[in-house]
Design a protein around this ligand. Structure first.
Ligand code: AMP
Length: 417
């Protein structure tokens, strides 16, 4: 049964907390963005303030074996600074029992990267490329069997389990899902997870209407399930960025060299048909800022979205499209935004995406509920200094997308069961 962190008293308890400290590091192993560490602080500090002790666990990067580049020791100092107490380090997450048992109230132990072990993901490693199906099956069964011991060892360190790692909630890994069964009455979401779940519910379940989704990014294929789920829920669906050109081509427009996926034209047609049948306002770009090659200094020119000359490529939303979208956004009470409406990495083609960030901040000031997720959208909001001017900035890329596809995430289900 799920407990709520607010009601749980951690006095004298050892809490094992799955966080997402998968932070970017530079070549000197310095943290270049500590957002994920800071966002876990309310949960970690509550445990310490009540006289509990902490065993913190995370992955970092995608090591396939023990690799010092991906060691969590690089972040011990920063975690310690944020918590305001010293942080001990366990150099092997499977051999930390003695250190965990020795923790006194208020003390903190950070475990080494969980993904040094294949058991965390439960996927075999090091299989020969020409391995037979039999061999693959046997390797999978072996790692699944040893995964139980791996998870049991982690669970043996603590009295209660907190999952505060939304960024990995869409993975059924040892530390994100399987471990929960060892804490039937002492498992809970941390504050960050609770916030993320509520934010998604505010959009998908309890939205004030009109509800608008702005979906951008490169490809229809990567967000097809998102679009299909949202078209059944929203009042307005704004489709921008690279993925918009597949829709324009599906409608018979000329898109020049713009990014598109011919094989997804049937899906685009189906989404447009469903939107029409349901009375959903599906809004595409009307004109686009084009370039002649994919670089920042290429000449720029605006063309109608369906009349892009052969040698030009659509790279950002035009002022006219942005004006239409702003009108929709400012009339909305709930807005979800995921994905840039142009090539955000190139400053000359980032204006559209930055304008959407501005629109969301303005809509929020007017009382709308706004949820922003996905790398470029979050970067745009942050670059404008608007992270506090929208209602919620999600920490999960893939996890947020799967949640808005309507999937139940394993990390969430394991706590709620
Ligand atoms: P996603 O990861 O699906 O959210 O897509 C983000 C990527 O979409 C960014 O790298 C953008 O550069 C890219 N993108 C957005 N608009 C365009 C466009 N018109 N043409 C090419 N790439 C685009």
């Amino acid at each position: 049964m799920q407990q709520f962190i607010d009601k749980y008293n951690f006095a004298g308890k050892r809490a094992i907390v799955r966080v997402d400290f998968n932070v970017p590091l530079n070549e000197k192993f310095e943290i270049t963005d500590d957002t994920r560490i800071r966002r876990a602080m309310p949960t970690l500090k509550k445990v310490l303030a009540e006289g509990g002790s902490l065993i913190i666990m995370s992955h970092l990067g995608r090591p396939k074996k023990v690799d010092p580049k991906f060691s969590l020791k690089h972040i011990v100092g920063r975690v310690s600074e944020c918590l305001g107490v010293p942080v001990q380090f366990a150099p092997d997450c499977q051999k930390a029992k003695a250190q965990a048992d020795a923790l006194k109230p208020g003390e903190v132990l950070l475990l080494e990267n969980l993904r040094y072990y294949a058991e965390e993901e439960g996927k075999p490693r090091g299989l020969a490329e020409d391995a037979s199906d039999e061999e693959k099956k046997a390797a999978k069964a072996a790692v699944k069997a040893s995964q139980k011991e791996f998870v049991k060892t982690l669970a043996s360190y603590a009295d209660c389990y907190i999952n505060d790692a939304f960024g990995t909630a869409h993975r059924a890994h040892g530390s994100t899902a399987l471990i929960a069964e060892y804490f039937p009455n002492d498992k809970m979401f941390g504050y960050l997870m609770e916030g993320e779940i509520k934010a998604i519910d505010n959009v998908l379940k309890n939205a004030q209407r009109p509800l608008t989704a702005i979906i951008g990014g490169s490809k229809v294929s990567s967000k097809l399930a998102v679009l299909k789920n949202l078209v059944g829920k929203v009042d307005n669906l704004i489709i921008g960025g690279g993925m918009g050109y597949t829709f324009i081509k599906a409608k018979g427009g000329k898109i020049g060299q713009s990014l598109h996926e011919d094989e997804l034209i049937p899906d685009a047609l189906e989404i447009m048909k469903e939107a029409a049948e349901r009375g959903v306002n599906l809004s595409l770009s009307v004109a686009t800022v084009c370039g002649q090659s994919f670089d920042n200094d290429t000449p720029r020119q605006i063309f109608p979205i369906d009349q892009i000359p052969d040698e030009w490529e659509g790279m950002d939303a035009s002022p006219e499209s942005l004006k239409n979208w702003r009108e929709i956004i400012m009339k909305s009470k709930t807005i979800l935004w995921n994905g840039p409406v142009g090539v955000f990495e190139l400053p000359n083609f980032a204006k559209g995406t930055l304008q959407i960030a501005q629109d969301l901040a303005d809509a929020t000031a007017q009382g709308a509920y706004t949820l922003v997720g996905g790398g470029d959208s979050v970067a745009a909001v942050t670059q404008m200094g608007f992270a506090d001017k929208v209602s919620y900035v999600s920490t999960g890329g893939g996890a947020m997308l799967e949640a808005i596809e309507g999937k139940i995430l394993p990390g969430i289900a394991a706590i709620q069961d």
